[in-house]
Write a protein that binds this ligand. Structure first.
Ligand SMILES: Cc1cc2nc3c(=O)[nH]c(=O)nc-3n(C[C@H](O)[C@H](O)[C@H](O)COP(=O)(O)OP(=O)(O)OC[C@H]3O[C@@H](n4cnc5c(N)ncnc54)[C@H](O)[C@@H]3O)c2cc1C
Length: 236
């Protein structure tokens, strides 16, 4: 009997099962993987595009789905106007298309069931945190896990229909009408309200966001060794 290789380093051709518009700039892609293997929430896949002339571009995208979704993964991609790979996904990739991926990768920025866990995301930095939240809801709903999510405005909220009591939002540019919650950047007050016990903290976003959130957690007395960070891009 032939045994298919499931080593994460192997490139494989995934088929796009569905495309969902999350916000005007963000789409989620559900992919069917011929060599699927379970990931840990927080891990990412590499995606590789090849042009007809052989030119290749490769980028990393976090898995947004729970590993309980066997055989498939969800990637959520923010469209950067002057980008190479993210506009291709937004403007070209459709249901039924095939894309080359390999993974899952990363052993550091992963949630292994730590309790309590505090998740802090800025913009598309919420993607790997959503995998943690989704997986915890389905596998260990009794565990203490809170998401603090910073977005510019209401139309930028990714996974809006899935955010419940375990999520605290803050709007940095424009809050929706009648909003009674926090506005502006994440500050010490937001962190203090979200802290429960001594959490393992996961911070994901731009460099500037990760730096600022890490400083706030340290100032609030969190242990440096309990803070795990993932940086998506060069700008703040
Ligand atoms: C481990 C890891 C996981 C990631 N997961 C996700 C994810 O789940 N969803 C997602 O949308 N992105 C994610 N990213 C970012 C992603 O890999 C790409 O960097 C991003 O999509 C831009 O690629 P591009 O080819 O479109 O733009 P590029 O052609 O690489 O860059 C275009 C311009 O945008 C700037 N830029 C590049 N990346 C960013 C960024 N993230 N934010 C702001 N400006 C940037 C560049 O400096 C350049 O000026 C992740 C990155 C890492 C390292």
């Amino acid at each position: 009997m032939e045994v298919s290789q499931r080593a994460p380093g192997r490139w494989q051709l995934a088929t796009v099962l569905s495309v969902k518009a999350e916000t005007p700039r963000v789409k989620s892609f559900r992919l069917d993987l011929p060599m699927w293997m379970p990931h840990l929430p927080g891990q990412h896949y590499d995606v590789r595009l090849t042009a007809p002339d052989g030119y290749q571009a490769q980028r990393s995208y976090s898995v947004a789905s729970s590993p309980l979704d066997r055989g498939e993964i969800e990637l959520t991609i923010d469209r950067l106007a002057d980008g190479e790979v993210s506009p291709y996904f937004h403007d070209v990739v459709e249901q039924g298309d095939q894309v080359e991926v390999r993974g899952p990768f990363a052993s550091y920025f992963v949630w292994r069931g730590e309790d309590p866990a505090l998740l802090i995301g800025g913009g598309s930095g919420v993607v790997p945190l959503m995998a943690m939240l989704r997986h915890r809801r389905r596998s260990m709903p009794e565990l203490e896990m809170r998401l603090v999510y910073s977005v510019r405005s209401a139309e930028d909220v990714i996974y809006a229909d899935e955010l419940g009591d375990d999520a605290t939002l803050t709007f940095t540019r424009a809050a929706p009408e009648g909003w009674g919650g926090h506005t502006g950047r994440i500050d010490g007050e937001v962190i203090a309200a979200a802290l429960a016990g001594s959490p393992t903290a996961f911070i994901c976003g731009s460099n500037g966001f990760v730096e600022a959130a890490s400083r706030l957690l340290l100032a609030a007395g969190c242990d440096r060794t309990a803070i795990r960070t993932e940086r998506f891009g060069p700008t703040g």
